[in-house]
Write a protein that binds this ligand. Sequence first.
Ligand SMILES: Cc1cc2nc3c(=O)[nH]c(=O)nc-3n(C[C@H](O)[C@H](O)[C@H](O)COP(=O)(O)OP(=O)(O)OC[C@H]3O[C@@H](n4cnc5c(N)ncnc54)[C@H](O)[C@@H]3O)c2cc1C
Length: 467
Amino acid sequence: MDEKIIEELKNIVGEEDVSTDPLEIYVHSRDSAPFQGFADVIVRPESTEEVSQILKLANDYKIPVYPRGSGTSICGGPIPVLGGIVLAMYKMNRIIEFDRENLMVTVEPGVICDDLNEFLAPYGYFFPPDPGSSNAATIGGMVGHNAGGMLALKYGTTKDWIQWLEVVLPGGKVIRTGSNTLKSVSDYDLTKLFCASEGTLGVVTKIGMRVAPKPKYYRTVLFYFDDLRKAGNAIVNVRSSGVVPAALEIIDRISMKTAGEYTGMDLPEAEAMLIVQTDGLVEEQVQREIEICFEAAKKAEPIEWMMAETEEERNKAWAARKAAYPALVRTSPATTCMEDMSVPVPKIPDALVKLQKIPERVNNLVSIGIFGHAGDGNLHPTFQYDEREPEQREAFFKALDIMYREIALPMGGTVTGEHGIGLIRAKYLIDEYGAEVVELMKGIKKVFDPNNIMNPDKGKPWGVIEV
Ligand SMILES: Cc1cc2nc3c(=O)[nH]c(=O)nc-3n(C[C@H](O)[C@H](O)[C@H](O)COP(=O)(O)OP(=O)(O)OC[C@H]3O[C@@H](n4cnc5c(N)ncnc54)[C@H](O)[C@@H]3O)c2cc1C
């Protein structure tokens, strides 16, 4: 990159927030998908005004800009594949206002999800979207991917809580979408358009969102099954029981075994474990709801179950679920890639069984652990392999083709429930939506970003990147 541009960037944000240090460039070159791209410069703005000036400069010189929160993306979302500027948003991390009467909080995009909830807890409120990465994910990144998580079944995903956004468009113009009112139908719902836009339309610089009363009571029950299909049937039973649990998660045998070893927990030998949790403000209702879920799941013939009686027991159950991914990372030969297919809930039992057979179909050059938010149809089949070995890398991409083209899409599902298209799922976009819808998305992209500087060469909206 021209030294003149680096100097101009330093004039905007100050010398200390512009870095061309190779180590920093390296640190910002990846997420946990198996791709890499090197920026020319890392820039850390601290205000909307700075972001606006940076985007004006980038647009004038047609320099690619890659917004980045904490980089916990798993799809190649923030990777700077064409060089240019990584716009690291983590210094814009102020909680600006909590309006207790209107139950809304205004934050900058670099606020970490758990920090926001820590702030809200003493007031008796919380921001419900709860990704497994909540101790690192930024609210800006959660908007970028419309993050979901363990509580999406009852509480929805990030977009369901966002009321308005301040966004800097390429060229530097600052707009505000949405409103402070609970209801408004006066626009094309640009707020939701930016949710899951993966940094391809503009840079989010302020977020206004609703908060929910924090539940006072929880009931959690764990089920163990000797057969993966039976566990899938239990999920379908619970979902059609008339109760919407707060969480309904699955962990398969491999994930459970590695999580048990990783945490030192003594988990029973089983093909799958389910965690069902109800929550609310009225104890009797929370109790009644778990009883209904319990009876529904029991019809699928679990071999064992355990009602978490204390907060400690409940936390232990969640610790096992949350350890599934880091445990698989630890036991992987090198690469661990958490995938993200979603299917309609009645298809979950078939999907689970078919997913488990994928390694056989690629000569066992990859292995798979399955866990996820099965209650809303979202599974995270997690592949272990070594991306440095060409045969294994090829087998991994073949496994993805099988998973998305032969399992998720024919079942009426989607290639990504919450992690985004990024690089890894680019080639499935046309399979899922057809060329006409992808053309419409390209049109939207051109309206916002005619010079294609925002997170360019990513799957959304083009759907044509071969990786
Ligand atoms: C262990 C683990 C568990 C996870 N569990 C879940 C889960 O349960 N549910 C779930 O949904 N996801 C999950 N994720 C994925 C990931 O954590 C989420 O997508 C998260 O929201 C990303 O936040 P981030 O700050 O790391 O964003 P990044 O990874 O830095 O960026 C994500 C995307 O948003 C864009 N972006 C970032 N900031 C802005 C901004 N200010 N303006 C415009 N665009 C921006 C980026 O360009 C990129 O496309 C998990 C990841 C890990 C590693």
